[in-house]
Write a protein that binds this ligand. Structure first.
Ligand code: ATP
Ligand code: MG
Length: 604
């Protein structure tokens, strides 16, 4: 039995916690002003001292559903803010008008809330919402672009996309200056305004920073700041036909919101010099104020047997390989939720995966282990039969006077929660048992039901919470398939009575009464992929799909589950953790999803 999750160790230190502690001890952000809403230097200068000791942010692009990798970023950013008296902003990085949709915005809000995090921060009396949209800063971004142009630090480049690519050079070759690079600030300003006024078609020009085409860091070779896109935006409608590039927008978003620690994944490491240059320059130009945010990178969360590329996840949905974004096999937050994984288990996995600069893989089994730890002490137990065959107790009427006699049984709801009322069900002359709990010819070490053979008697097992029974045989149909197993009750062996230990048995089997069991659809999910790294090395991840990732079984569950509501979680004895499906489960049509087995069946 594993310990309940609340016995988990306190969060361990990591390099980001050390950075935050160092900054707090040195008072790096102590004199920072924040007006309560994002704004430029003047706006913040007029505000009070920021009551938040630090500010972090989670900045999803609303172009897909969040997945387990995002959960890492959410727990990290919201976690740090909570730990150090700060605030964490939820910001939609909606700078790309074409791929973004309200559906995704709503799903992201829902996922963050469900994981247990809140973008409202309370300092004293004040409760402030820190939910922001990058698109709310488009005006400032354009103003900053004009300031860069005025300072001779940005120019409008009208090379073709192809020329631009060629002139950028690569790791081995320095880039070549664009012919447009020598335009005067006045010329550039006029062209930028023409871009903004819609006078140029898509792709005709970009605004670029004027840095160094020979820089060994390709990100510093005159990065693009603005492109033309005559497209409607989910927030700003048709106000704009130029949109800021992510690399330009993101540092500004951080600065306007008074972010102190801007935490991202390692692939942005080479962007840091640009991040620093842009913000320092805008501070020098008087548009922003010091102390400005700083960027820190950590290794992304990789989970084995899972893909976390939004594009590939979308492909699984679009090609109907899975049943939607919330398919219980998907690593999306909605998928994990529907599968039955709890926020506690997901957060525990993220904490245990650690935060470091060294990449690595977290085994999917750790998620199941975290789930077991969370549910062990919480989930109510129940008996269920996933692949039923009937067991007939042939001496029932003889012992109890009638085949219709029912023997009431009780079982604890959860050994860690003795205060809960016990479950009630009853034993009758016929019960459902698992088909594989019977073997006509017992393999070695098989301690469940098998019939007499030669001189050896049939096996004896205990029906859990009931009697010891002795197997007498089975019935078959014309095709030889087993239709029923037969056994007799060994009298006076009822669990909880003095005679219970009189007969020693090696096996105990679970069952549900034919007279009171509830028929249920049981969705048995397994990993979506058979390979630990399904898309490693550019391999076609669809070749690694697990054909057995979803099995639908018609089984039976004990009558105590009649009151199960969608999302209720249970431990089905011997089988694992199950959840009443949050979409399809209904009282008259029970549907349970298997979340995880009781132990790791994939371990070698
Ligand atoms: P893309 O930008 O390609 O659409 P993305 O996964 O980066 O995909 P975003 O919406 O930009 O999606 O991500 C929001 C935040 O989540 C970013 O700060 C990103 O670094 C972080 N994030 C995404 N995937 C992971 C991961 N596997 N581990 C940790 N953080 C992640
Ligand atoms: Mg991204």
């Amino acid at each position: 039995m594993t310990a309940p999750a609340d016995a988990a160790p306190k969060p361990s230190s990591n390099f980001l916690r050390q950075i935050v502690e160092h900054d707090l001890a040195g008072g790096r952000y102590a004199q920072r002003r924040f007006a309560g809403t994002p704004g430029d230097a003047a706006h913040h200068a007029a505000g009070p001292l920021d009551p938040a000791k630090i500010r972090t942010r989670f900045p999803p692009e609303p172009n897909g559903y969040l997945h387990i990798g995002h959960a890492k970023s959410i727990t990290l950013n919201f976690g740090l803010a909570a730990e150090y008296g700060g605030a964490c902003h939820l910001r939609f990085d909606d700078t790309n008008p074409e791929k973004e949709e309200q559906e995704y915005v709503d799903a992201i809000l829902d996922a963050v809330t469900w994981l247990g995090f809140d973008w409202h921060a309370e300092f004293g009396e004040r409760r402030a919402s820190h939910l922001y949209y990058a698109s709310d800063y488009f005006d400032f971004m354009a103003r900053a672009a004009e300031a860069l142009i005025g300072a001779g630090l940005a120019y409008v480049d009208e090379q073709s996309a192809d020329e631009m690519r060629r002139h950028r050079g690569d790791f081995g070759h320095v880039g070549t200056d664009s012919a447009f690079r020598t335009r005067t600030p006045a010329e550039n300003l006029a062209r930028f305004r023409a871009m903004r006024a819609g006078e140029l078609p898509d792709g005709a020009a970009v605004l670029r920073a004027k840095l160094d085409m020979a820089s060994p860091n390709i990100n510093l070779r005159d990065p693009a700041l603005y492109r033309i896109k005559h497209a409607e935006h989910h927030n700003t409608g048709n106000t704009w036909c130029i949109y800021p590039m992510y690399a330009y927008a993101h540092p500004i978003e951080d600065a306007l919101e008074g972010i102190t620690h801007s935490i991202c994944t390692l692939e942005f490491e080479d962007q840091r010099p640009w991040y620093d240059w842009l913000l320092d320059t805008l501070c020098t130009l008087g548009l922003l104020a010091q102390p400005r945010p700083h960027q820190y990178e950590f290794a992304r969360l990789n989970v084995s047997y899972v893909i976390t590329s939004k594009r590939k996840l979308k492909q699984l949905v679009d090609e109907h390989i899975v049943d939607g974004w919330d398919d219980p096999r998907m690593p999306t937050i909605v998928g994990l939720r529907r599968r039955g994984y709890t926020p506690e288990a997901i957060c525990l996995l993220c904490e245990r995966a650690g935060t470091s600069k060294a990449g690595g893989w977290t085994d999917y089994a750790s998620l199941d282990a975290a789930l077991r730890e969370d549910l062990e002490g919480k989930a109510v137990r129940a008996m269920a039969v996933l692949d039923p065959v009937k067991l007939e107790l042939t001496n029932w009427a003889e012992l109890f006077g009638s085949v219709d006699f029912r023997e009431p049984c009780h079982a604890g709801a959860n050994p860690h929660r003795p205060e809960l009322a016990p479950r009630a069900f009853s034993l009758g002359s016929e019960v459902w048992i698992e088909r594989d709990d019977f073997a006509e010819v017992a393999p070695k070490g098989f301690f469940r039901l098998f019939p007499p053979s030669g001189a050896s008697p049939g096996s004896k097992v205990r029906l859990k919470y009931g009697y010891v029974i002795e197997c007498t045989g089975c019935a078959k149909d014309a095709g030889g398939a087993i239709t029923a197993v037969t056994a007799t009750i060994v009298p006076d062996t009822r669990s909880g009575t003095p005679g219970a230990d009189a007969v020693k048995v090696k096996g105990t089997i679970t069952w549900v009464g034919v007279h009171d069991a509830i028929a249920a659809e049981l969705r048995l999910y397994d990993r979506l992929f058979t390979e630990a790294q399904p898309d490693a090395g550019g391999r076609d991840f669809k070749a690694a799909l697990n054909p057995h990732s979803k099995t639908i079984a018609s089984g039976f569950v004990e009558p105590s589950l009649a009151s199960a509501r969608p999302d209720d979680k249970f431990q089905f004895e011997r089988h694992g953790y199950f959840v009443a499906d949050r979409v399809d489960h209904a009282a008259g049509r029970p549907v349970f999803n298997r979340i995880a087995g009781l132990k790791d069946s994939w371990a070698r």
